[in-house]
Design a protein around this ligand. Structure first.
Ligand SMILES: C[S@@+](CC[C@H](N)C(=O)[O-])C[C@H]1O[C@@H](n2cnc3c(N)ncnc32)[C@H](O)[C@@H]1O
Length: 185
């Protein structure tokens, strides 16, 4: 299942609802862990990836006494981030992506599509206003595209790709934005 929301409170509630005991969770953009702290205690492993220093400090505290919480301070658009998480886990049950609800739809979609293709979650929870607006306005007019997809949290066309292809896909980000120029907050 792919869950799409805009309101932060609902995002946290849904994430808490979908995480089952013993799950492996990857949360991208957790900020200070407002959603993470609701569920990580019952997970086998929770991996949190955020680019911010504030996030790093908060997770140092949050994970103090927990062996099941791993924080990575990195840019989720980078190949190195995916590679570092692959060293921790090859799969996940729940993938959550919140880079900020107002972020450009293409960035959020691509981050979600790449990570979900690699880790193949049962459930994805994505927070973004523009993707929601696209889904709301789009009318699928091709019968071949209706009702033929399994109800899991990733796209069949992405699948697990070979590392060199994955690197190519992530490197495409630099065509739109310069990942090295992102402000570390
Ligand atoms: C709106 S906050 C997330 C709030 C959080 N989901 C909650 O429930 O409180 C967005 C977070 O995404 C992080 N972020 C933005 N772009 C990122 C990127 N390219 N890679 C990793 N983290 C990113 C920011 O540092 C920030 O902590």
């Amino acid at each position: 299942m792919i869950s799409l929301v805009y309101r932060s409170r609902l995002y946290r509630e849904l994430l808490d609802k979908y995480v089952k005991p013993g799950d492996v969770v990857i949360e991208i953009g957790p900020h200070v862990g407002s959603a993470t702290k609701l569920y990580f205690g019952r997970t086998k492993l929770t991996v949190a990836v955020d680019i911010g220093v504030q996030s790093e400090a908060a997770f140092r505290k949050l994970g103090e006494n927990s062996s099941n919480l791993f924080f990575l301070r990195d840019d989720a658009r980078s190949f190195d981030a995916v590679k570092a998480v692959l060293e921790k886990t090859q799969r996940c049950d729940v993938l959550a992506v919140d880079l900020g609800g107002g972020r450009f739809a293409d960035t959020v979609f691509k981050v979600w599509a790449v990570w979900s293709g690699v880790f193949r979650p049962r459930v994805s929870v994505v927070r973004n206003r523009s993707i929601a607006e696209f889904v709301q306005k789009a009318k699928v007019e091709d019968a071949a595209l209706l009702g033929e997809f399994p109800d899991d949290g990733w796209l069949s066309m992405w699948g697990r790709t070979v590392p060199s292809r994955l690197k190519e896909q992530l490197d495409e980000f630099s065509f739109w934005v310069d990942p090295s120029g992102i402000k570390k907050v």
